[in-house]
Design a protein around this ligand. Structure first.
Ligand SMILES: [Zn+2]
Length: 385
């Protein structure tokens, strides 16, 4: 692992995935912190035959990693969690909180907002407390509340402009007004942990919701006489669907169905990771709830609900290509470009284009992570022959 800035570096001889397609024997030039059109004669050349170079991953739904929680950890612990995910290719990351007391979440927003302002995080995602007790997943039932626009505004204010997304059960009282308020502020209203009907979901989309929080998980299943939220979220082009591709949350056939139905431009691969991601099995806290992680699967100690994942995005990428048979270019869109666009940071990250941050991932021919660069600096430097 190295932290050396690459003043002028050229990655050569790799398959480079650009917005326009894959270039065999391609080159990526890096000048200081950015991707550039060309490199000077004396630039350091790194040959990467048989490798892929893809944009750095963008995770818009992530609760922690490396043993650290974004909801409860100290600033140093949060930074360690961020670092852990960077080592797995996630160069842009939104910190997600889980349900807590309103005052606690407001204080937490203050702490996380500083990490956004200094460039370590791309924003805050509030998952709860405005979610359905019927689909609470790993959230404390006694702390759940109806989505009150005044309380949404309180969290927006506490986050000082760094809130990027709220997950809401939009069918609850105040849900539609909260969606409108978020849309007015340019913050993503995500439908999730919801018990909505098909019709209620359509109403929320019409009000301005644009994301489905981990589609299929924590919502009623698709049924032929009760299509529920899934049919509405799949069919509407205004919605991008989050998918957790860890092999536990979704069957590969369901992942393929979502890609097929939405098109690669409307899928965002996320981790929904909790503390154990990049760390290991054991006992953890998810907010106020105890979670046991066994063989990489996180479940509530009480009741056994799946409690987030231990996924990292390099694994999500590899699974999508090698198990789910999604074309590499489509995976790149859904793991980098789409979330970057939703978060409003696609002018800087999300694709390999001159002028953008030099955030990139090097994968070997088996799609195993071999290198990570963020803003021109190697987080993990690829070993070259
Ligand atoms: Zn989550």
């Amino acid at each position: 692992m190295a932290g050396r800035a690459a003043d002028s570096t050229v990655l050569a001889g790799a398959r480079v995935v650009l917005p326009t397609g894959t270039v065999e024997d391609g080159r990526v030039a890096v000048e200081s912190t950015r991707i550039s059109d060309s490199a000077p004669e004396d630039a350091r050349v790194i040959d990467l035959p048989g490798h892929w170079v893809v944009p750095g991953f963008v995770d818009m739904h992530n609760h922690g990693g490396g043993g650290a929680s974004f909801t409860s950890g100290t600033v140093d612990e949060v930074l360690h969690g961020i670092r852990t995910h960077r080592e797995h290719g996630t160069t842009t990351l939104v910190a997600s909180t889980v349900t807590g007391e309103m005052d606690f979440l407001a204080r937490r927003a203050g702490i996380l907002s500083e990490l956004v302002e200094q460039g370590d995080l791309a924003g805050i995602h509030f998952e709860g407390p405005f979610i359905s007790p019927c689909r609470k997943g790993a959230h404390s039932e006694d702390l759940l509340r109806d989505p009150d626009p005044a309380e949404v505004r309180k969290l927006l204010d506490a986050a000082r402009g760094t809130a990027r997304m709220f997950t809401l059960a939009t069918e609850l009282p105040g849900g539609i007004d909260s969606v409108r308020l978020l849309a007015e502020h340019g913050v993503i209203a995500a439908i999730g942990h919801t018990d909505a009907t098909y019709e209620q979901t359509v109403e929320a989309i019409d009000a301005g919701a644009t994301v489905a929080t981990h589609l299929f998980n924590a919502m009623p299943p698709l049924a032929h006489r009760e299509p529920g939220p899934i049919a509405a979220l799949l069919e509407d082009d205004r919605i991008t669907v989050e998918l957790i591709n860890d092999g536990t949350h979704l069957h590969p056939a369901i992942l393929e169905l979502a890609y097929h139905h939405k098109g690669a431009g409307r899928v965002a691969l996320i981790t929904d990771a909790m503390d154990a991601a990049g760390f290991g099995d054991g006992l953890y806290d998810l907010g106020p709830l105890a979670v046991s992680v066994t063989d990489g699967v996180a479940r509530l100690v009480e009741g056994g609900s799946i409690a987030g994942s231990t996924l990292t995005l390099d694994t999500a990428f590899r699974r999508a290509v090698t198990i789910d048979r999604i074309p590499v270019e489509d995976v790149v869109r859904s793991i980098s470009a789409n979330p970057a666009r939703l978060l409003g940071v696609d002018d800087r990250v999300g694709s390999l284009e001159p002028g953008k941050d030099a955030d990139l991932v090097v994968l070997d021919e088996d799609f195993v992570l071999a290198g990570v660069m963020r803003k021109g600096e190697w987080i993990i430097e690829p070993k070259t022959a």
